[in-house]
Design a protein around this ligand. Structure first.
Ligand code: SAM
Ligand code: SF4
Length: 436
């Protein structure tokens, strides 16, 4: 049955927000008869789902909703959801009175109840969203994202997430497995398990059941028939104990690409960030995992110019980057966030121009690494899961260790694994020819 009510959702921010947006759309479709449109001007309801991890998304939110308000069709409603909603709450409506409702990152299960109530604000970070059965979200045909926990118990001193998403609660394993099964039934072959700190999974369930572990969850999820590849983000290096690393190495369904967010290579800055590990622990973990997993690729997050970061601290970060040989780095310049502990360190903030110079140097260092590493794939034959077909007739897919590969192909190959002999490379992707 097609609906007359149209929903337009704009997502700002991280992968977690993308999945939340899918849930919002699925809930509104199931309970309120909305169908999605990609034309904002046609929408009866416009939702902006936000992130407030760094400063820019907040500024972007207000400029974006201002534009929506000017261009929206008459009578269309505007809702603000996500982390920025949790953090700014009713101030959003004060600053932008045309906004109809505000729903925080841990309250999206309430969307169907508030959508018709002008002025409603739902931002309770203690809300138990871990056992709410969301309507099945639409997935990219071959990939699904499944949340495994809500909130975060770590209190990294720079991070706004614990104050916008609350304490960590694990989603019961049977609900996760069921969601993975449903996604596979809808055509997915790969699943991305999502949480702010996935590998602390199982510490606390809202129904008080016995503790479990991420390793056990991986074992359960990998039993789902038809599921070929498991990925997860974001794990915390502190919880990468030997049991976890050994499961990662042993379980053939787990993608050989792991995210290991370093944040800083300096032990004293890591202490000030309350990350709970040292430079040496981090390097020991990367060495252990590389020694057990052939062709492993490692991605990371790094923050430069955390308050008090000296040149020596920064050199420690560069040292870890050289030793760990990351395959992808998400680089950030420290951004002071409201309500975080690091705000108290304002008197030792690193001057902005020094922060920018450090960021540029780090990016350059990484570019040189990629220029050295990517050509080494030329001549190799790689197994690729084909996910899309470009208008120019090229297929695009990813290897088990998450290298992006292009080749001439056809739509018959979509969703299949093919062998591709690599003939060319850029810094971020590979090109090749399909072989038998
Ligand atoms: N839970 C994940 C972890 O611990 O790695 C990260 C989640 S956070 C949404 C994604 C990344 O944003 C972090 O890894 C960090 O590098 C970056 N980030 C968080 N707060 C930041 C801040 N105040 N300034 C700059 N970058 C920040
Ligand atoms: Fe933020 Fe730290 Fe939790 Fe990641 S682990 S979400 S950086 S508090």
């Amino acid at each position: 049955m097609s609906s007359n009510k149209k929903l337009f959702i704009q997502t700002l921010g991280c992968q977690m927000n993308d999945t939340d947006s899918q849930h919002i759309a699925a809930e509104l479709e199931k309970h309120k008869d909305y169908s999605q449109t990609d034309k904002m001007e046609d929408a009866d309801l416009i939702i902006i789902n936000t992130c407030s991890v760094r400063e820019k998304p907040v500024q972007k939110l207000f400029s974006e909703i201002g534009q929506f308000n000017k261009k929206k069709k008459e009578g269309a409603k505007i809702g603000v959801c996500g982390c920025t909603a949790s953090h700014l709450g009713k101030d959003i409506i004060k600053r932008a009175p045309y906004v109809d409702f505000v729903v925080g990152a841990r309250n999206i299960s309430k969307i169907k109840d508030v959508v018709d109530i002008k002025g409603s604000v739902e931002i309770d970070i203690d809300h138990d969203e871990s056992t709410y059965e969301f309507a099945t979200a639409k997935t990219n045909k071959y990939r699904a994202s499944v949340n495994i926990s809500v909130g975060c118990d770590k209190k990294c001193t720079y991070c706004i997430v614990p104050s916008t998403r609350g304490d960590e609660l694990s989603i019961p394993p049977e609900m996760i497995v069921d969601q993975v099964q449903k996604s596979v039934d809808m055509g997915a072959v790969e699943v991305m398990l999502l949480g702010q700190n996935v590998n602390s999974y199982g510490r606390r369930f809202s129904d008080g059941r016995e503790k479990s572990s991420f390793t056990k969850l991986l074992q359960e999820v990998s039993k789902v028939e038809g599921l070929e590849r498991i990925r997860f983000t974001s794990p915390h290096p502190l919880h990468m104990d030997d049991e976890f690393i050994e499961e990662f190495a042993r379980n053939k369904k787990i993608s050989r690409c792991i995210h290991m967010p370093l944040q800083s290579g300096s032990t004293s800055i890591l202490k000030a960030m309350k990350r709970g590990y040292t430079k040496e622990w981090f390097l020991n973990r990367t060495e252990k995992i590389r020694s057990l997993v052939p062709d492993l690729r490692i991605t990371t997050d790094i923050i430069v110019a955390f308050p008090g970061e000296t040149e020596e601290d920064y050199q420690d970060t560069l040292d870890v980057v050289r030793q760990a040989k990351f395959d992808q780095i998400f680089n950030f310049k420290y951004s002071p966030r409201p309500g975080t502990e690091a705000l108290k360190l304002a008197d030792i903030e690193v001057p902005d121009e020094i922060g920018s110079a450090r960021l540029i140097e780090l990016i350059e260092l990484h570019k040189r690494h990629l220029e050295a590493i990517m050509p080494t794939y030329v001549g190799q034959t790689l197994n690729v899961l084909v996910e899309s077909l470009k208008p120019n007739g090229e297929i695009c897919g990813f290897t088990d260790n998450y290298l992006q590969v292009f080749a001439k192909g056809s739509d018959e190959l979509l969703g299949k694994f093919v062998n591709i002999k690599i003939t060319d490379n850029t810094r971020t992707s590979l090109k090749g020819e399909i072989v038998q």
